[in-house]
Design a protein around this ligand. Structure first.
Ligand code: UD1
Length: 340
């Protein structure tokens, strides 16, 4: 039986962890990536972890012919697609909106056209809890209203969900969109994790870089939010847990009837404040993180964490790794990177 899964952006942070999980569960991932946000060394690293080298092709998805060639040479072998490939920096998307819309939308449309042409039906899409904006109710469920996006990046996630939904009505597709909360941490081997080119973009790499002494202190964006300790609350999920959710989602998609579109929150269901993250990190690692509370960051939401009822009941997915596991693995990864 064919068990090849096309993984777009499979050398990126979440993509690489998902490829490892697919291989652990007996799937044969076919990675395509344009290497814009990723490093080719990830392929060797995946091979070290799993003992097998996944198939890889450097492909620019904005060029439909390149993508067609992938589908053509794997005709009747691809059981489904997991679509990670995207540009994803919020600040950069404000400066380069056209690049963001062109890249994220064109690659998704080209992919859907190829799926139709080559009769591949199942797709799992990387969406984000950013579509909920500042939610009116917590925990936030999949039925919560979609809010106007603060950034072009966030809007590409919303528009791609709309494209997938409309396409699933008109074409025989089985779509699952996963709305990720905040993925953190790294694989237990410390061989793959979130690579930073330049300053980090997310909280935990800022914490770990401050802990190594690379940064003098962590700036905490706002101490006057309407939360128990005044700092923002998020739902952090171990990237390996998030990776596993993609296998559940792929299997769920293939079992659906055609013309289906389903969205799921993928988070732990627990909200932690920025200060709680700092304190937990210090407790878990025994390393101090100097910090200062500074002004709020424009565009931040106060608090968001997932209602996980639907993902638990329908996908059978539950996170296994604790906050300690997440922070410990992030710290191990930071130290492994420092040694390289
Ligand atoms: C960010 C993106 C979001 C994206 C998500 C996952 C922004 C505004 N939002 O979410 O669109 O879907 O990543 O990729 O970038 N913090 C500090 N100090 C720091 C860094 C962060 O206090 O140096 C705080 C932030 O204010 C926030 C929390 O830590 O409250 C988490 O921040 P971050 O890791 O950047 O993720 P989000 O903003 O939740």
């Amino acid at each position: 039986m064919a068990n090849k899964v096309l993984v777009t952006g499979g050398l990126g942070y979440i993509g690489s962890h998902t490829v490892v999980e697919l291989m652990n569960q007996g799937y044969e991932p076919l990675i395509i990536d344009n290497l814009l946000n990723s490093d080719i060394s990830v392929l060797d690293r995946i091979e070290k972890i799993t003992g097998n080298r996944p198939e890889f092709q450097q492909v620019e998805m904005r060029d439909k012919e390149q993508l067609q060639e992938v589908f053509w040479s794997n005709n009747n072998q691809i059981v489904g697609v997991i679509h990670f490939a995207a540009v994803l920096l919020v600040g950069e998307s404000v400066e380069q909106p056209l690049h963001y819309y062109f890249n994220n939308l064109t690659s998704t449309i080209n992919l859907l056209e190829c799926m139709n042409e080559f009769d591949v039906k199942s797709i799992v899409f990387s969406s984000s809890c950013t579509v909920y904006g500042n939610p009116d109710q917590l925990p936030v469920s999949e039925n919560a209203p979609i809010k106007p996006s603060i950034s072009p990046y966030g809007n590409t996630k919303k528009v791609c969900e709309d494209i997938l939904k409309d396409a699933s009505i008109a074409h025989p597709l089985k779509v699952v969109s996963l709305r990720y909360f905040n993925p953190i941490g790294a694989h237990k081997s410390s061989l793959i994790g979130e690579f930073q080119s330049g300053p980090p973009h997310h909280l935990v790499p800022f914490i770990t870089e401050t802990a190594t002494g690379k940064r003098e202190k962590l700036n905490i964006f706002g101490g006057d939010w309407n939360t128990p300790d005044g700092t923002c609350v998020r739902d952090y999920i171990h990237v390996s847990d998030l990776a596993e959710a993609h296998i559940n989602a792929m299997e769920y998609a293939t079992k659906q009837s055609v013309n289906s579109f389903n969205v799921f929150n993928v988070g732990s269901g627990d909200g932690y404040s920025v200060l709680e993250m700092v304190k937990s990190f210090e407790k878990t690692t025994g390393v101090k993180v100097p910090y200062e509370i500074v002004d709020r960051r424009p565009g931040d939401v106060e608090a968001v964490y997932a209602d996980t009822t639907k993902v638990t009941n329908e996908l059978g997915f539950k996170t296994k790794r604790s906050l300690d596991d997440m922070l410990k693995s992030a710290w191990d990864w930071e130290q492994a990177l420092a040694k390289e």
